[in-house]
Design a protein around this ligand. Structure first.
Ligand code: CA
Length: 195
């Protein structure tokens, strides 16, 4: 009987100790988690400033990417007409030359006597008037009354058109006049008016 009481007491004791230990472990655990929570609370305060930087940075990068995409998608402006020495025309006794591009152009960059230059045997950089047919096509007509005023026929008259790369597309790309598939480079062509 004594033995039974003792052993039950021992069992109770073991239970009691185990329970006490368990409670203690739980306590320290809760303190731990509490501390961790406090640490976690304290940490996000700092990344707050990083969040701000991240907010401004992607918008900048986004703009750059947008610009890059715009340029990447933009058509490199080229001259598609004239391409041959006989691609010239007349309006009465005057020369009338049509110029056509592959894309819409910034009209303000196309200037007679400036970015559009005609050199005739009798008149370098001959004065002319530009009339737009569309955003990618214009005609240049000489100002003087007759082509005989500016041409010398021996027996043919040769003259040169220069379109400088000051000419830009509506998208802002320089004329690829030398046709190397890179922005810039003047376009030149010689015409022959058969005498
Ligand atoms: Ca070029």
């Amino acid at each position: 009987m004594k033995k039974l009481v003792l052993s039950s007491l021992l069992v109770l004791c073991i239970f009691g100790i185990t329970y006490a230990f368990a409670a203690d472990i739980q306590k320290t655990d809760s303190i731990k988690t509490k501390n961790e929570k406090e640490i976690q609370k304290a940490v996000p305060a700092k990344p707050g400033s990083e969040v701000k930087i991240q907010k401004s940075a992607p918008s900048k990068a986004g703009r750059i990417n947008k610009d890059a995409a715009k340029i990447a998608n933009a058509v490199l402006p080229k001259v598609v007409y004239p391409t041959m020495t006989h691609h010239l025309g007349y309006e009465g006794n005057k020369f009338s030359i049509t110029v056509r591009f592959n894309t819409d152009m910034d009209r303000s960059t196309v200037i007679a006597g400036g970015t559009v230059r005609f050199d005739f045997p009798k008149a370098a950089n001959t004065p002319g008037q530009i009339t737009w047919i569309s955003d990618r096509e214009f005609k240049w007509v000489q100002l003087s009354n007759s082509r005989f005023n500016i041409c010398i026929y021996d027996p043919d008259c040769e003259f040169k058109l220069t379109l400088t790369d000051g000419i830009r597309s509506k998208e802002g790309l320089k004329l690829d006049g030398d046709n190397d598939n890179k922005q810039g480079g003047n376009f030149t062509i010689w015409f022959i008016d058969i005498g």
